[in-house]
Design a protein around this ligand. Structure first.
Ligand code: ADP
Length: 516
């Protein structure tokens, strides 16, 4: 027995020491309807209350400086513990000697004291530091949430493994049409049609595999209330320190309206361009009509003048005015003017044929060498009137044979030579003929006024003239018609030129032209 009692004493002391050394407030209280009476409390509790343990014993909380309202609050928890016979936890802030502190308390019913009041044990821990950290974290979280919710683009975070949504901002909720409680914890298959979910998931997995930010310039998404929207999305993979995938951050901009405005803008731009082109064409047509009238008028005036003179001379009985010699001269002039009229009208007819796709190519076997000699011969008179005289002709073979439309190719050459006379400043003109395995090529070279860089392509267009209309006569149709003829043969035509140095026009024709 004695041994037992000393053992008991020892363990009592041990418990007492443990009780006093514990870093949290511990002790016993008896609780009445409106008061908490303190019993034995440990050292930490006594220190907090600012009195000796022996002074505290038997004092009420009110006597120790607590206010009644707070005491009533605590009593409720003690009552609960008494009723449930279970530990009851609660938190509170309390102003102590060291300022405002946060405490977490556990109270437990122990027994009924001799007074009949229920007795409880309490353990109270100072949790100010933890609470402050928690509050700081919450503040940070709130701050982040506020920032995210104020960004107008959808932002979401997915867990790397399951690809389930962890976060969704307000713009995301508005766009998809679900609130975040419905979205968090779900994956794409819970929210979108299968084909779309497949598409999103493939992109996500690939991004983690490639360890790179993925940018999807345009992706459609089926939303709950706004139909199909188009998003511009960037997906960013996040990894832990060991490089293991953690999260996917997605940023999506809804570009549906932007695309629409761009489409409208594009349409408006194209309409504007088309309008300008029509205006340009109308302007060119008006200019053409005025040039054409002028061109047609000058041979007609010349013919009219001739007829008037003849009539006057007959009236005056001037016999020498219609001597065979004079008549011959008159006929030559008439023929020339008629030819000019004929060419102008034919050019206009050709343009109309080209426009309606009726420019027919009649292929026969043609030797370009003979064709060139023939044209040179026909234009002899015109060249001989110039200081430079006849063009020189260089050729690699006198047999350059292919299936072409003889009259049309003659028309091209006549046009090039006429231009060489018109714009060649009376300087020597050269014609070249050559042949490769697949092509025949001829060119007309002059040393005349040349063509400015910016005009070289344009002169092949309808009604375009690179020079002032008043300088040299012409309708601006010859090169356009020539190019159409050459292209109808499956060939090419181009110019090399330098202002005040001269121009070379090239015509290349396939020896076996494709059937068109
Ligand atoms: P036209 O000579 O009747 O005006 P073309 O279609 O034959 O019409 O020529 C278009 C324009 O190209 C000419 O008005 C002229 O400005 C330019 N051009 C054509 N050939 C030459 C050339 N050999 N040298 C300089 N300019 C030329």
């Amino acid at each position: 027995m004695r041994q037992n009692s000393s053992e008991n004493n020892h363990s009592d002391k041990l418990l007492r020491t443990f009780f006093d050394c514990a870093p949290m407030m511990m002790g016993f209280v008896d609780v009445s309807d409106d008061s908490i009476i303190l019993g034995t409390v440990n050292q930490v509790a006594a220190e907090f209350l600012g009195h000796d343990q022996s002074f505290i014993k038997g004092k009420s909380s009110l006597e120790l400086g607590m206010d009644q309202e707070r005491i009533d609050g605590w009593i409720k928890f003690y009552r609960e513990a008494e009723k449930s016979r279970e530990h009851v936890f609660f938190d509170y802030w309390l102003e102590g000697p060291e300022g405002l502190k946060h405490f977490s308390a556990i109270v437990c019913f122990v027994e009924y004291a001799e007074s009949g009041l229920p007795r409880f044990s309490f353990i109270i821990q100072d949790t100010t530091a933890t609470k402050m950290t928690q509050q700081a974290l919450e503040q940070q979280e709130n701050f982040l949430e506020t920032v995210l919710d104020n960004i107008p683009d959808m932002i979401f975070v997915k867990e790397a493994e399951s690809l389930r949504f962890l976060k969704f901002n307000k713009a995301g909720e508005d766009l998809i049409g679900f609130n975040r409680d419905e979205l968090i914890g779900k994956n794409d298959y819970d929210l979108f049609p299968k084909n779309q979910a497949d598409h999103f998931t493939t992109y996500d997995r690939e991004m983690f595999k490639n360890r790179k930010v993925v940018e999807i310039p345009e992706e459609p998404i089926e939303t709950r209330y706004k139909g199909v929207r188009t998003l511009h999305t960037k997906k960013i993979p996040l990894y832990d320190a060991e490089g293991k995938p953690l999260y996917l951050v997605g940023i999506s901009e809804d570009i549906t309206e932007k695309l629409l405005t761009e489409e409208i803008k594009n349409k408006m731009y194209h309409e504007q361009v088309a309008r300008l082109e029509v205006e340009k064409l109308l302007e060119a047509r008006d200019e053409f009509i005025s040039i054409a009238s002028h061109e047609l008028k000058s041979p007609l005036s010349s013919l009219k003048l001739q007829a008037q003179m003849l009539r006057r001379n007959i009236a005056l009985g001037k016999e020498d005015a219609y001597s065979p010699e004079k008549i011959n001269q008159m006929l030559e002039l008439t023929e020339k003017q008629v030819q000019r009229l004929d060419r102008l009208v034919n050019d206009m007819l050709d343009v109309s044929r080209i426009r309606t796709g009726k420019l027919a190519i009649d292929r026969t076997k043609v030797n370009l060498f003979d064709l060139i000699l023939d044209v040179m011969n026909r234009m002899k008179t015109q060249f001989l009137q110039l200081e430079c005289g006849l063009p020189t002709f260089r050729y690699s073979s006198d047999k350059v044979i292919g299936m072409w439309d003889q009259m049309r190719i003659e028309q091209v050459l006549v046009n090039l030579l006429t231009n060489a006379i018109r714009y060649g400043k009376n300087r020597p003109v050269e014609i070249r003929l050559s042949q490769t395995k697949e092509h025949a090529q001829f060119s007309v070279h002059d040393q005349g006024i040349g063509i400015a860089e910016g005009q070289m392509e344009k002169i092949f267009e309808r009604f375009v003239r690179a020079i002032n209309p008043s300088e040299v006569s012409g309708l601006g149709l010859g090169l356009f018609i020539s190019l159409q003829i050459v292209e109808a043969h499956g060939g090419k035509m181009w110019v090399e030129s330098k202002v005040d140095v001269g121009s070379t026009f090239y015509v290349q024709l396939p020896l076996n032209p494709p059937i068109r």
